[in-house]
Design a protein around this ligand. Structure first.
Ligand code: UD1
Ligand code: UDP
Length: 440
C-alpha cells in the first residue's frame, strides 16, 4: 500500500505528524507532498524539525496569493505528483486550501481520499475553511472524525456511517508525545528563554490569524483595546505573519508592541509553544488547533470568535466564545484570573478529543480498507438499483448490525429520545427512532 500525505500549513504539519510516524512505523510506503502555502522557516521547516518527521518528498512552493490562484497552482502541482506516484489513498487534514486542492485532484484521478479531522462545521459559509472542509467531505472515501458530534454532522448531510471512523484528534497524540520531550529540552527560542517564562506568573498566550478578525480593523481594534486593560497579565503573542502584516497596515502594531505587558514575538516551534501554553493561566485565541490543545493541556481558553466548529470544547466547559467584544473578553478573562473555582472548573473540563491514539486508529482503518479492497474507486455496479428511506421506532432488543442485516438496510440516523446518537455496530436500538435506507 502507498499513502500520500498532502499538507501545506503549520497546523497540518503538526496534526499529520502522528499519522506520518505511524505510517513509517508500519513500513507502509509514504509520499509527503507540501503545497508550500506556509514557507517561512517559523511556519514550516521548524515543525518538521520539532516533530521529527521526514522532509517532504515534493514541495510545490505555491506561496501566498488569492484563494483562486493558490488553489489552482496547488491543483496543478498535486495532479502531476499523484499521476506519477499513484498512491492508494491521499490523506488531507482539516480545512485549508491544501485540503480543497488535494481532495479535488485525487478524487478526479479516482484515488481514494481520507479526510483527517472530517465532519467539523461552523455553519458559516463566509469562512474559507468551511467551504474547504465541506467540498473535501463530498469527495472523500474515508472520514476520520474527531468526535461523535462531528460524525453526526456528516450523518445529517447524508454520509454513510460505514465510512466514518471516530478517532479522536491527532493533536492529542502530538501534545502528549511532545510535551515531556519539550519540558526536558527547555526553551529553544531566544525570545522565550529571555522572558524567563519558567518564573513568570499570569501568562496569557495569545494567537490570532483568522481572516475575519485580523483583516477587520474594527474587530482587531476592539481586541487590542481589551488587551490594553489586561495589564495584570503577561501577554505573550507569537504573531502569525498574516497578523503582523495587517496590524502594520492598520497602524496598530506599534501601539500594541509598546505596551509593557505585551510581548510580541515571532511564531515559535512546537516544543517551545507547548511549554508556553502549558504554563499559561489563560489562552486567548482564534485558532482551531489551539482550542483543542487548550482543553488537552487543561488550560482555560477564550475564543475570539462568534462561532466554533469545535463546540465540544464549549459544552465540556473548557472554552468560552468571546468574539471580538472588548467587554466580554475582559469580563471572562478577569473571572478566570480572580475566581479560582471558575478557573478550576474550566481547567478540569473533560477532553473530548480522545486518548492520544488517534493516529493508530486512523492507520488501522486505512489498512483494513486497503485489505478489503475498499480503496478501489469504481463506478457503482448497482447504479440501476434504488433505495427507499424509512423512519421507524424500534421496540425490540436488536443491535445496529442486526437491524441492518435483517432489513438489507443501512441505518442513516438515530435518535434516542433526547439526542442524536452515532449508530455504532453493537449499539442496542430498543426505544430509539431510526431512519434507514432500505435497498430494493
Ligand atoms: C491558512 C489557512 C487557515 C489556517 C492557517 C494556519 C486557508 C484558506 N487558510 O491561513 O485555515 O488556520 O493557515 O496558520 O488555507 N505568510 C507569510 N509567510 C508564510 C505564510 C504566510 O508571510 O510562511 C503571510 C502572507 O502575507 C500571506 C498571509 O500570511 O498572504 C496569509 O497566509 P495564507 O497561507 O494565505 O493564509 P493563513 O492566514 O496563513
Ligand atoms: N503553534 C505553534 N507555534 C506558534 C503558534 C501556534 O507551534 O507560535 C501551533 C499550535 O500549538 C497549534 C497550531 O500551531 O497546534 C495551530 O496553528 P494555527 O493557529 O496557525 O492554525 P489553525 O489551527 O487555526 O488552523
Amino acid at each position: 500500500m502507498k499513502i500520500a500525505v498532502v499538507l501545506g500549513t503549520r497546523p497540518e504539519i503538526i496534526k499529520m505528524a502522528p499519522i506520518i510516524d505511524e505510517i513509517i512505523k508500519r513500513g507502509i510506503d509514504l509520499t509527503i507532498l507540501h503545497t508550500g502555502q506556509h514557507y517561512d522557516k517559523e511556519m514550516s521547516d521548524n515543525f518538521f524539525r520539532d516533530l521529527e518527521i521526514p522532509a517532504p518528498d515534493y514541495n510545490i512552493r505555491v506561496g501566498s496569493g488569492s484563494h483562486a490562484k493558490q488553489t489552482a497552482l496547488m491543483m496543478d502541482g498535486i495532479e502531476e505528483v499523484l499521476m506519477d506516484e499513484k498512491p492508494d489513498i491521499v490523506l488531507v487534514q482539516g480545512d485549508t486550501n491544501a485540503v480543497l486542492a488535494g481532495s479535488l485532484v485525487a478524487s478526479k484521478l479516482h484515488i481514494a481520499v481520507g479526510h483527517v479531522e472530517a465532519g467539523l462545521r461552523s455553519f458559516d459559509m463566509t469562512m474559507p475553511e468551511e467551504v474547504n472542509r465541506r467540498v473535501c467531505d463530498v469527495t472523500s472515501t474515508m472520514y476520520f472524525v474527531p468526535t461523535e458530534q462531528s460524525a453526526i454532522n456528516l450523518l445529517a448531510e447524508g454520509y454513510s456511517r460505514k465510512n466514518l471512523f471516530i478517532t479522536g484528534n491527532t493533536v492529542v497524540d502530538a501534545c502528549f508525545r511532545h510535551l515531556e520531550i519539550a519540558k526536558k529540552r527547555g526553551f529553544d527560542e531566544e525570545s522565550l528563554a529571555d522572558l524567563d517564562i519558567d518564573n513568570m506568573d499570569n501568562i496569557l498566550t495569545l494567537t490570532m490569524h483568522r481572516a475575519e478578525n485580523v483583516d477587520d480593523k474594527s474587530r482587531v481594534g476592539n481586541i487590542i483595546d481589551a488587551l490594553k486593560e489586561l495589564s495584570d497579565m503577561n501577554i505573550i503573542f507569537p504573531i502569525h505573519p498574516r497578523t503582523k502584516k495587517t496590524l502594520q497596515g492598520f497602524g496598530l502594531f506599534d501601539e500594541l508592541n509598546n505596551l509593557n505587558h505585551v510581548h510580541i514575538i515571532k511564531p515559535v516551534g512546537y516544543l517551545d509553544f507547548l511549554q508556553l501554553t502549558s504554563k499559561s493561566t489563560l489562552i486567548l485565541t482564534d485558532s482551531g488547533g489551539l482550542q483543542e490543545e487548550a482543553i488537552t493541556l487543561n488550560v482555560p481558553a477564550l475564543t475570539l470568535r462568534y462561532n466554533t466548529e469545535r463546540p465540544e470544547t464549549v459544552s465540556a466547559g473548557g472554552n468560552i466564545l468571546v468574539g471580538s467584544d472588548k467587554d466580554v473578553i475582559l469580563e471572562n478573562a478577569n473571572k478566570i484570573l480572580n475566581d479560582k473555582e471558575f478557573a478550576e472548573k474550566m481547567k478540569n473540563a473533560p477532553n473530548p478529543y480522545g486518548q492520544g491514539d488517534s493516529a493508530k486508529l486512523t492507520v488501522d482503518a486505512i489498512q483494513k480498507y486497503y485489505d478489503d479492497g475498499l480503496l478501489d474507486i469504481r463506478a457503482p455496479e448497482n447504479i440501476m438499483s434504488s433505495f427507499e428511506r424509512k423512519m421507524t421506532s424500534v421496540d425490540e432488543d436488536i443491535t445496529v448490525n442486526e437491524f441492518e442485516d435483517r432489513n438489507n438496510a443501512s441505518i442513516h440516523m438515530l435518535f434516542d429520545g433526547e439526542k442524536m446518537r452515532f449508530p455504532v455496530d453493537n449499539l442496542k436500538l430498543k426505544g430509539m427512532c431510526v431512519t434507514y435506507d432500505e435497498y430494493k
